[in-house]
Structure formats: C-alpha cells, structure tokens
Design a protein around this ligand. Structure first.
Ligand SMILES: NC(=O)c1ccc[n+]([C@@H]2O[C@H](COP(=O)([O-])OP(=O)(O)OC[C@H]3O[C@@H](n4cnc5c(N)ncnc54)[C@H](OP(=O)(O)O)[C@@H]3O)[C@@H](O)[C@H]2O)c1
Length: 297
C-alpha cells in the first residue's frame, strides 16, 4: 500500500511539474542532485562505494570515509562477508539512516531458503530495513528466492529489489515469472566491456542499470586508467582518468560503485558533477569497447 502511494506520488509529481518531469521520471538521472527515481518509488544516489574485497576494519573505515565525504550509496553482499561492518559504519556515521542507501545481495547458495537468508541479512546489517536487495547470480531456485524478496517488500523489510548478472536472455526468461519488475540490474560495465545492447534493453524496461568493475576491477585498473584516449580527455577537463570513466557511465545512465579503501580515491570518486563530457568524448570512449569481460559471470 505504502509502495503504491509512493508510486502514485511520483507519477503525480510527473504530471504536474511539466518541465521538471525529466528530473522525477523513473530511470532519468538527475545530474545536479546525483540521484535517480526507481520504479519502486524510492530515489537512489547514482554514485556510491563498492565493498567487494574490503573486509573487517578496512571495510569499516572505507565505508566510514565514504559517508564522511558525502557518499550515500553503499554496495555489499552476503558473499563479501562484510555486511556487519557496513551496517556498523552506517550506524556510527552520524548520517541519518534514511539518507543512506544500502544494497546487499543473496548468493545462489542461499536461494533454497531465501526467507531465512533475508532475515540473516537484516540481522547482519542491523539497519532496520534493506534499501535494495539483489539476487547475486542466476541459479537454481532464483525465481522462488525472488518471490521471497517480493514478500519482504510487502512486509516493509526491503524497499526495492533487483538482479545482478542477468543479461537479455536471462531476463526474457525470468521477468514473466515474477510480479515486481526489478528496480535495478547490476552487471559488469567498463570502457572495455560496455554492454551496449544490454544497457538500453534494460533501461527501456524502466529498470536502472548499475555497473560493477567500473574501473576494470582489481588487477585491471592500470591498463584502463592508463588508456591514452581516457588520459587525453582527462587532461582536457583537468580531471583524473577514474573521474572521466565514472562520468562517462553517469552520462549513459549507468550508476557507479567504484571500490576503494584509499580516502583520496574515495574523495576523487565523488567529484563527478562539476564537468560534462562532450558528445565527441562520449563517442571516443564508446569506441574503446572490445567486449572484454574481466570476470566470468
Ligand atoms: N554483482 C557482482 O557480481 C559484482 C562483481 C564485482 C564487483 N561488484 C561490486 O562492484 C564494486 C566495484 O568493483 P571493484 O571494487 O571490484 O572494482 P573497481 O571499482 O573497478 O576497481 C577497484 C580498484 O580501483 C582502485 N581505485 C578506486 N578508485 C580509484 C581512483 N580514483 N584512482 C585510482 N584507482 C582507484 C581501487 O584501489 P584503491 O583501494 O587503492 O583505491 C581498486 O584497486 C565492488 O566493490 C562490488 O561492490 C559486484
């Protein structure tokens, strides 16, 4: 009911604000506010911090640094083994809970008893509710697990739900079997692997796209951040290669969650809103696509 009201409010806003409509339309990035309206009726920041491979104190301090620097979107997962640290960093940050957007994920090993897995995630994060819950990969029992997430939405335990590592074929098969259209799909996306067919397919369904490994992923960042084309564009704007890549994503409607434990990098990765890439620069980065995945899924 609450969700329906929120959706109605968003649609009403759309109907009455005329030219402001673009800023409140589902899936359209507001590059001033740094947020996007989801099909669930909630808004989400469009840049955040990824926490894959950050564990224990490193995770806690990275999330704390990010929150202190204005980052309001944090991506974690059961598989990362750091939900407790993420939750504690949010609770101890002094930032109001409702200002922070936390994404976590259920792993395929949990799909057989997704209800218990959702309760476990709620306990581990200890933030009252989960802003966004994703299925981490396609796998046995994924439809049933998603239905458990739909029930958690109805119960108010989870606000929005979505998928990760679902591509066109998987979505064609999956979507007719579920009730709530995913609010988000999180897939590998960087200049060497751009998913130029998958991204518009997903966006045209009113689903927001989020990219993992935005900087190529650990072990691959040197080549991407040293790419001559990207460095040339960076020099023209007085920005870093990382900022150019992140901004390129934002301008094509892809939410970014770069991972970092370095406060200077975390800060740099927030400074994405005081410049814009030209169409020519967007095209030059588009031309770098080589369909090169940096992980198997
Ligand atoms: N759904 C999935 O299946 C899936 C899979 C993989 C990842 N993810 C999510 O996506 C997030 C991002 O991926 P990732 O963290 O693995 O890779 P990434 O963001 O592409 O790259 C992280 C690497 O970039 C470096 N870095 C970050 N900011 C930088 C900057 N401004 N300048 C130079 N280097 C910089 C980091 O080093 P420093 O620590 O030194 O800054 C780290 O080595 C993950 O954390 C996770 O939340 C999801």
């Amino acid at each position: 009911m609450k969700r329906t009201l929120r959706l109605l409010a968003a649609l009403t806003l759309l109907a009455f604000t005329g030219s402001a409509a673009a800023e409140t339309s589902v899936g359209v990035f507001d590059l001033q506010a740094g947020r996007v309206m989801l099909n669930s009726g909630y808004t989400m920041p469009i840049n955040g911090l990824g926490t894959y491979s950050l564990t224990g104190d490193v995770c806690f301090s990275s999330v704390s640094e990010a929150l202190a620097r204005g980052v309001r979107l944090i991506d974690t997962a059961y598989m990362y083994g750091n939900e407790e640290e993420v939750g504690r960093a949010v609770r101890e940050s002094g930032v109001p809970r409702e200002d922070v957007f936390v994404i976590t994920k259920l792993y395929p090993s949990q799909y057989a008893d997704a209800e218990a897995a959702i309760e476990r995630a709620l306990d581990a994060l200890d933030l009252g509710y989960i802003d966004m819950l994703l299925l981490h990969h396609p796998g046995e029992g994924d439809v049933q697990a998603y239905k458990a997430m739909e029930r958690a939405v109805a119960a108010g335990k989870v606000h929005s739900i979505g998928l990760s590592n679902w591509y066109v074929e998987e979505l064609e098969d999956f979507l007719p079997q579920v009730t709530i259209t995913p609010a988000l799909v999180q897939n590998e996306i960087h200049p060497y692997y751009q998913e130029r067919d998958v991204v518009p397919y997903i966006q045209n369904k009113g689903i927001v796209m989020q990219g993992w490994y935005p900087l190529g992923g650990r072990g691959h960042t040197a080549e991407l951040l040293g790419d001559e084309t990207i460095l040339g564009i960076a020099a023209a704007h007085g920005k870093s290669a990382a900022q150019i890549i992140l901004r390129w994503n934002l301008q094509r409607g892809v939410v970014v969650i770069p991972g970092s434990s370095n406060p200077a990098h975390i800060q740099e990765n927030t400074e994405l809103y005081d410049f814009a890439l030209t169409d020519e620069e967007m095209d030059a980065i588009a031309a770098l696509d080589r369909g090169e995945k940096h992980d198997w899924y």
